[in-house]
Design a binder for this molecule. Sequence first.
Ligand code: ASP
Length: 405
Amino acid sequence: MKKKKLNLAGYIFIAMVAGILVGLCFIKSPQFTTDYIKPIGTIFINLLKFIVVPIVILSLIDGMISMKDIKKVGSIGWKTILYYTGTTIVAIIIGLSVALIFKGAFPILDTTGAEYSASTSNLMDTIVNIFPSNFWQPLVNATMLQVIVIALLLGAGILLVGDEAKPVVELINSLYKVFMKIMMLIINCSPIGVFCIMVNVVAVNGPKIVGSLAIVLAAAYVGYIIHMLVVYSATIKGIGKSSPVDFFKNMIPAIIFAFTSTSSVATLPLTKECSEKCGANPEYSSFILPLGATVNMDGTAIYMGVATIFIATCYNVELTIAQLVSVIITATLASIGTAGVSGAGMIMLTMVLESVGLPVEGIGLIYGVDKIFDMGRTTLNIVGDASCAVIISKIEERRAAKQKK
Ligand code: ASP
């Protein structure tokens, strides 16, 4: 299984390099690539768009259903949710800020004939527009924030109905598995999509796009490192009253595994072992860590912020404050909806782009190096989960000690 994933990443990388080389050959006649090669890439992008609505709905409902355990674990459940949501919002803000600093170095592509303007609306309109007035329309038009509200309402309804909703829960569980399989099939086709998109992008824009890939990767890694060293060190030291240096030292094996496997779920056993070495209580970590591997994706949130600004810049779109707020909300929810498997964050980026009307084709620009983004974001994702397990264990320890006195 693991070997197959590594092979796929290799194929995607080879496809990207081949796409760049073939694209360079067509610099003098880019129209041919636009007419005959780009459409194949468009088929791949269409499939990504097709899968995102069912995946978002099903993964969010699935996540909500699993929350019923939260009542069982009492106060640590709510603290966990609070920590996870808070750090994710900080992560996406860091991602957007770093990308805005790097923005001057991002390229503006030649998108002649295709004028893009992100959907413009003020903050209040953005908030009002989150709530759907029709059940089907948001699904048909992929209006992502409304799709999320529908998923959250359905999840809440299922939880409130309780036992009688059991058949629906089973249906959701099995549908989620089916759509995850389809998503994997689409991901497996990605080398072809990446090749065709890259040929056209390089033929039309020349080699400048290649250099900009290094810049956007650097922007994401600056964001990852800031979040890891500043935010987690602050929470470990400030709330957990522990040494961040010891924490990171003990986490090294899990960090290396996450970096190479690009899957939070696959890293789970190591994350648990390492966080317990840092002082996490096994009783708490067995609730906090699996939940984190499913819903807490700070690295993915940073990546979404950076990628959104990069793609907006490439298509010469200036995002307004209201749109940035919309990106923060959608990226937070999209990262929650991201499965802890290799490459899932890239699919969910579709949702963030659609929420502000940016062209989903933009994903093709960075898809060839997604594995490199994913290595960093998965590392951050699992470190975030472990920091939560350690901090909450320390808080509970202190509370128990106080009660004893
Ligand atoms: N690979 C990431 C993880 O497992 C998810 C993502 O693609 O962002 O945490």
